[in-house]
Design a protein around this ligand. Structure first.
Ligand code: SAM
Length: 475
């Protein structure tokens, strides 16, 4: 039985409710009166329920889809402006005891190179990431209680935050590790993590169990209830996601929104971010064996619908997607992208380009292989502000406090100047001459858009101080 506030996975992600939602969406996808009313409702910026959004996802009328795109673009502009936050993943260890059939880290894969970074190797990786200009990382690890216990993750986080190379610093560490206990989430919170990210992979229980045949991740309820435990452990920024391609996208979309509704109903705060990964080729993984791959058009539609359904939730696109696809979905509501990512363990300090006997530790093939400088330059040319901001979590603006900022549309007086100041740091310390020129012009132009005169004046002063060598200002 569906119950949004239940703590049981099968009740807040009820299969019955999803099936009823899909039937309702099919029945109403050509009901133009309802479709128009839903688009009108979305214009109020209060979001849409899983049932409402599912009708729009099922609707195939081109002019309505274009209207949804326009609205998604407008909502992105209103809440996120033209900023795009930058991050990079850092793979700590690919030891894993699970049997996920889509992931090359699965236990039975004897072909892949197994690696776990020592603290000294982490220093090298983080130094390489700082030297590119990164300030925000997402750490990734396989699930392996013997090789990657929580103590290892905590020690690694401490190491990462302690490294100060030249003007570099990692100011926010997000964590993407397997579902764990309330006690461990509390330890992660105390270690000063930003967002706890865990992809559901699929909300379809039966498929989930088949796709995770062995290991602790087989337990659907334990995995699905992880965000509740994370919140109980004090982490109020959590990141959801499904791995598109495993199951029917319409099922996943309804499940994703139900999960967001559940967190909002129980904890008063929805997910901080939603990621939209699609399955990629990897060591012993051929994505074509999964039947539910989605086209770029459907992918774009999903991004736009997430934007209008949960306007206050950030959306993340990784380098799994090509430059062309990223360019297509950026205006539809994406707020964060990774740049210059390596998905191998130790890949930043020692790239695995020349693989011996084709043995790699990579998790999946990266489509967008540009350098960070190229990505930053590209964003600026497209009219975006690449942002290296980490201010909110460091100012304690997490969970509902961040949402309040967003809902009150204070972004132009806060996130916008923070983006400009962190971009200025990047331009001073890491950019190529071409990117630097483009960036400085952008900053000049964008400073004028800050509405509050006092904030504008302070931002001008800080930008000047950064040119003089000072660092780490924030509102
Ligand atoms: N091991 C952790 C867990 O159990 O959740 C998370 C870390 S894993 C390195 C990060 C994510 O990569 C997974 O949640 C999965 O969605 C994604 N992934 C795995 N195999 C993939 C593939 N072949 N292509 C694209 N993404 C993949």
């Amino acid at each position: 039985m569906y119950n949004v506030t239940s703590k049981k996975a099968e009740e807040f992600i009820s299969d019955e409710e999803i099936q009823a939602t899909l039937a309702y969406a099919d029945k109403n996808k050509d009901n133009m009166e309802l479709v128009d009313a839903l688009i009108e409702k979305a214009k109020e910026r209060k979001g849409l329920t899983h049932r409402e959004a599912s009708v729009l996802l099922a609707c195939e009328h081109e002019e309505k889809i274009q209207e949804i795109y326009r609205l998604a673009e407008q909502i992105k502009k209103d809440y996120y402006g033209n900023r795009i936050v930058m991050f990079a993943p850092l793979y700590l260890s690919n030891y894993c005891v699970n049997g996920c059939v889509y992931c090359p880290y699965h236990m039975k894969n004897k072909h892949i190179a197994r690696k776990k970074l020592t603290q000294e190797e982490i220093v090298k990786e983080v130094t390489a990431l700082q030297d590119m200009g990164h300030k925000r990382l997402a750490i990734e690890a396989g699930e392996d209680p013997a090789n990657n216990p929580i103590e290892y993750i905590l020690e690694s986080i401490k190491t990462i935050y302690s490294i100060k190379h030249k003007n570099g610093a990692i100011r926010r560490v997000n964590v993407n590790i397997a579902a764990t206990t309330v006690e461990n989430y509390r330890k992660l919170k105390d270690a000063g993590i930003g967002t706890y990210i865990l992809f559901q992979e699929t909300y379809h229980r039966e498929s989930y169990e088949k796709l995770h045949p062995t290991g602790p991740k087989h337990d659907y309820a334990y995995h699905t209830e992880a965000m509740d435990r994370a919140m109980e452990g004090g982490i109020d920024d959590v990141g959801l996601g499904v791995l598109f391609g495993l199951e029917m996208y319409r099922y996943e979309f309804a499940g994703l929104l139900m999960h967001a509704e559940h967190l909002e109903a129980v904890f008063g705060v929805g997910p901080h971010t939603i990621s939209v990964p699609r399955i990629k080729r990897a060591d012993d993984i051929d994505p074509s064996v999964f039947d539910n791959g989605i086209s770029d058009e459907i992918f774009a539609k999903l991004c736009a619908l997430i934007r209008i359904s949960v306007p206050y939730t950030g959306m993340i696109i990784s380098t799994r997607e090509s430059q062309a696809v990223r360019e297509k979905v950026l205006p539809l509501g994406v707020s964060q992208i990774s740049g210059a990512s390596k998905t191998s363990v130790g890949g930043y300090a020692a790239p695995e380009e020349e693989r011996e006997n084709d043995i790699t530790s990579e998790q999946f093939d990266v489509s967008d292989q540009r350098t960070l400088d190229e990505v930053v330059g590209w964003l600026i040319k497209l009219g975006y502000i690449p942002s290296f901001c980490t201010a909110c979590y460091r100012e304690g603006r997490t969970g509902d406090r961040f949402m309040t900022l967003c809902k009150n549309m204070q972004i132009l007086n806060c996130c916008h100047p923070n983006a400009l100041m962190t971009l200025k740091e990047y331009l001073e310390d890491y950019a190529s001459e071409e990117t630097r020129k483009l960036g400085l012009k952008l900053i000049e132009r964008e400073l004028e858009r800050i509405p509050n005169p006092k904030v504008k004046q302070t931002a001008y002063e800080h930008i000047h101080d950064i040119a003089e060598g000072k660092r780490d200002f924030r509102f």
